[in-house]
Design a protein around this ligand. Sequence first.
Ligand code: MF3
Ligand code: CO
Length: 261
Amino acid sequence: MDKIRIKNKIEIEKMKRSGKAAATVLKRIGEAIAPGVSTADLEQISRDAIAELNATSSFLGYQPPEHEPYPATICTSINDVVIHGIPDESHVVKEGDIVGIDTAVSIEGYHGDNAYTFPVGDISPLAKRLLEATRNSLYDAIAEAKPGNRIGDISSKLQNGAESEGFSVLQSFSGHGIGRNLHEAPEVPCIGVAGRGLRLRPGMVLAIETMVNVGLSDVQMLADGWTITTADGSLSALFEHTVAILSDGPEILTGSALWDL
Ligand code: MF3
Ligand code: CO
């Protein structure tokens, strides 16, 4: 396991800037989501916003070991797509969809990562319940991100928030530390037991993210090598914030008006 990289005050200040930029990109995309818009259109909006903010996409060209490089600046995950949907002209948003957008950018070498699932017009009561439960569980988890607590305190909030509504959290993908690298130690799973795991310390910065399926937690990968969908075809939502653990508690670095809905 890699070492945890504790950030000093100056680094946290830099991460506030990249977090804010990531949140701005996400908000711009959210404002553009409407029936008839393709996910390729959203990718263009993202590229324009990133350029305007003098930021760099953390996703474009991102290449995990033995993987193709990721070809876009955002992941666009509609309905039963859980994560890593690739923007494409042929994917057109329609009324009633839920559209997960994940985006990360870097400024001065530090990354900020966030995701939000947007409802398109009128969505079903089930979809509404999914979005609310997933979003609320993320906030409950973030409240646990304080010195002295453990990773399991965060993870158990994610898991319980979803399961108490009869939904399930993903087991095969996790949140992560973040800083000079998009993905750093430690892993922040969506399942866990309160009081267990690594102890949290001031200066840790975590991308806390949760992916919740209405049905079973099983997922499959499409032939493009990236897109992850629910195995049972059920709806899925994701929400993510970059959070700094400070001596007096959590600070969300990717906050924006978007989340106050
Ligand atoms: N935001 C995702 C995560 O950190 C990363 C997406 S990887 C990419 O979990 F390939 F899409 F860039
Ligand atoms: Co992330």
